[in-house]
Design a binder for this molecule. Structure first.
Ligand code: ARG
Length: 403
């Protein structure tokens, strides 16, 4: 195989991806390591991270502001899909990976690199999401994954970095493994590895505990157009503003914490804590509006599609033919998902208390009502039930006879 000369590395500024820089140069003999760090709304000092990459030996450090794209092209489709992996996890981390991978491939093209690299270990899901996306977008690019190969403990990695002028982390390392972006936080490891251990308060930073949440409830109204949120209360907001606003509101009321046992693709069960206040609230509200504006058979079948969609995204198939086809189905259902949903936030709960759709509501009061205004013809029910229950009645009669 030809020797790699230039590589684009997905960089976070942490120990592992920092150590990757000298490692790629020294162990793989690569001349140029270009780092890429994505702004996904994680609220970190990206200038400092860029400088750290250069200090660690990167020949160039690229920073990409991907926040808008992340919300519009990744989070919003997930809302349309009501996507929850294992009926719980709204994919906050998983959604970010294909977008980062796409940027790695683009930068590799622009800068004439012959490989891309990432710092994922061999036992997580993120490696799949990176590798499959890179394979789909740049099948000719070589993928280098130092952390899957180097077999160093954290202490050894720090010592390796120190040899090349990468300072050991000064602050005491958090006992947790955390991934953050605008959609939420994922927290693993440390004491959380015991599934019976309640998560201590210090793992959370976007959501209040039930105790600290305000005693007074708060009602909010979310407006959707074509299946995506466009406003809160009387304000029309940008996609990023919507997520931020709902993160703050729902988080303040203690809504959006998830504690689950998750089935990783590599066959391991792991204990995961998430905080995803805005995204989870939007999925619940969106689903509610669909109950008003979609037909029962569409809702039923869409449920199957949603489950598969979430699995595909979790498993790394964002850029794949089935995911693409399911997106087309989902999109075609969303043109009538227009209206408002009213939600009450209180002490960890988001309770739906109302829904309305001016032009697309399939709810008809004249059919549903129990008052005199009822226009439903009750007599037709008898004939309908005669046929509806025919096969069941036949079965029951035969069984009674045979007893
Ligand atoms: N288990 C979650 C997922 O697979 C979160 C992964 C968090 N990633 C990380 N590098 N800490 O999506």
């Amino acid at each position: 195989m030809e020797k790699v000369k230039k590589v684009v590395l997905a960089y976070s500024g942490g120990v592992d991806t920092s150590v990757c820089i000298p490692y790629l140069k020294n162990e793989y003999g690569i001349q140029e390591v270009i780092t890429f760090v994505a702004d996904l709304g994680q609220g970190e000092d990206l200038k400092a991270i860029k400088q750290k990459a250069l200090n660690s030996g990167a020949s160039e450090a690229v920073v990409g502001n991907l926040v808008d794209k992340f919300v519009e092209r990744y989070a919003f489709p997930a809302i349309k899909a009501n996507a929850l992996y294992s009926e719980k996890y709204p994919l906050s981390t998983a959604l970010a990976r294909p977008l980062i991978a796409q940027n790695l491939v683009n930068i590799a093209r622009e800068m004439n690199a012959d490989a891309v690299a990432h710092g994922c270990t061999g036992k997580g899901n993120d490696q799949l999401r990176f590798d499959l996306a890179i394979n789909a977008l740049g099948p000719d690019l070589k993928i280098i994954t130092p952390a899957r190969e180097w077999n160093m403990s954290r202490e050894e990695a720090i010592a390796y970095g120190e040899k090349f002028g990468i300072p050991a982390p000064v602050s005491k390392k958090s006992p947790y493994s955390i991934d953050v972006n605008l959609l939420g936080r994922s927290i693993e490891a440390g004491i959380l590895e015991d599934p019976m251990q309640e998560p201590p308060d210090d793992v959370f930073s976007m959501t209040s505990s039930i105790e600290n949440a305000p005693n007074a409830s708060q009602d909010i109204e979310i407006t959707f157009k074509n299946g995506v949120p466009v406003g809160i209360g009387n304000d029309f907001l940008t996609p990023v503003e919507i997520i931020k606003t709902l993160n703050d509101l729902a988080g303040k009321h203690g809504f959006g914490r998830i504690d689950m046992i998750e089935d990783r693709v590599v066959g391991i069960k792991s204990r995961e804590i998430y905080e995803v206040p805005g995204l989870l609230l939007l999925i619940q509200a969106h689903k509610e509006l669909e109950s008003l504006t979609l037909n029962a058979d569409v809702i039923d079948f869409k449920g199957t599609v949603e489950k598969k969609w979430a699995q595909l995204v979790y498993q790394g198939f964002w850029f794949g033919p089935l995911k693409q086809a399911l997106d087309a189905f989902i999109s075609s259902t969303q043109t009538s998902v227009n209206g408002k949903v009213k939600v009450r936030l209180h002490k960890g709960n988001a309770t739906i208390i109302g829904r309305v759709s001016e032009n697309n509501s399939l709810y008809r009061e004249d059919l549903a009502t129990y008052s005199h205004d009822d226009i439903f013809n009750h007599e037709y029910a008898e004939g309908f039930i005669y046929m509806w229950g025919m096969s069941n009645k036949t079965w029951a009669e035969i069984n009674l006879k045979n007893k």
